[in-house]
Design a binder for this molecule. Structure first.
Ligand code: GTP
Length: 316
């Protein structure tokens, strides 16, 4: 078979959208990708990435990636956080920091910007989202504030700040294409990294497992940062539901290494597990677009990280 030809100037690469909860990341991702959100999941050696969407044209392929952890800093401290940021954002060609136009810059935005300052060679673009919700005057003030945020925290040693600041609104489709163009400009020349056939609009169980893992880590990262794996054992749309009320039934197992860790995940009277389940359900629902029934079981797989048999079962 002939290899598919691509123009020499073709660009392809990874961009991560970061920003505090509700900043508009998912909505913008969906708008850039179009109606069909391609969800897939890749596992390079270093990082487990969740790909939220791929924007493909004749000239470029922009792969939008989620970085679990960064926007959920509650329990993360010091070095571990540095590692996490370096790990999750390594290999990105650019990072886009989303800041809503209609909310004052707060501690969450400042926190994330400070973390991004550690990325030495990765361009960081600021996207000021939801501009339809504010007047021109408010937007102008916010653009100034964002610029100052970048100068102060992103590049404290120089006044460079964000490499670009782009206002955007999904409502009314204001500048969504511009955002794609701006992000694409930072991708390296390369043939498409994902062949067309590999992209699916079927959300797969790996992606769901990753969302559950992310939900669990939010609360217990300090206690068990790496000793946690999730396997989805069953995932099916429930039969007999009305078309407009689909429910996906999901059965998943959370694996930890020790009995003591099992206790942490389950919590007093099961409270911790319930809260993990609630959070996971919310993000899975958002991805699948259906209601979600989620059954979570916690299991101990002794030293699973070092045991090849376990690792295979866990999909590593
Ligand atoms: N008016 C308006 N609302 C928007 C726009 N973009 C997003 N929203 C709304 O803002 C809310 C948050 O958007 P999301 O895309 O879920 O934000 P997110 O950053 O993915 O949130 P997390 O998943 O919690 O991190 C939703 O209610 C969206 O409908 C926009 O351009 N204009």
């Amino acid at each position: 078979m002939m290899p598919t030809e691509h123009p020499e100037h073709y660009r392809s690469g990874f961009v991560s959208l970061v920003g505090r909860p509700n900043a508009g990341k998912s909505t913008l991702t969906n708008a850039m990708v179009g109606t069909k959100v391609a969800i897939t999941s890749s596992k390079p050696q270093t990082t487990r990435r969740v790909i939220r969407g791929i924007v493909s044209t004749e000239d470029h392929q922009l792969i939008l990636v989620d970085t679990p952890g960064l926007h959920r800093p509650r329990t993360l401290l010091g070095e571990r956080l540095n590692d996490l940021v370096a790990e999750t954002l390594s290999g990105m060609d650019a990072v886009a920091m989303c800041i809503p136009a209609n909310e004052k810059i707060g501690p969450g935005d400042r926190f994330i910007t400070e973390q991004l300052a550690q990325l030495n060679n990765t361009p960081v673009i600021a996207l000021v989202t939801k501009v339809d919700t504010v007047t021109r005057g408010v937007l102008a003030d916010q653009l100034v504030a964002v610029q100052q945020l970048g100068e102060e925290l992103l590049t404290p040693d120089s006044d460079e700040g964000f490499v670009e600041i782009v206002p955007v609104s999904v409502k009314g489709d204001v500048q969504v294409d511009t955002v794609v163009d701006v992000l694409t400009a930072y991708l390296p020349q390369s043939p498409p990294l994902y062949p067309d056939g590999e992209i699916t609009d079927e959300p797969d169980d790996v992606m769901v497992a990753e969302l559950i893992r992310e939900a669990a880590l939010e609360d217990v990262f300090d206690e068990l940062p790496h000793s946690l794996a999730v396997v989805v054992t069953e995932m099916e749309e429930r039969e007999g539901q009305p078309d407009d009320e689909p429910i996906t039934d999901i059965y998943a197992q959370i694996y930890v290494e020790r009995d003591s860790q099992k206790g942490i995940i389950i919590g007093k009277g099961g409270a911790q597990l319930r809260s993990i389940g609630q959070r996971a359900r919310k993000s899975i629902r958002k991805q699948l677009g259906t209601s979600v029934y989620l059954d979570l079981v916690v299991k101990v797989a002794k030293e699973w990280q070092r045991n090849p048999k376990h690792m295979n079962r866990l999909g590593f």
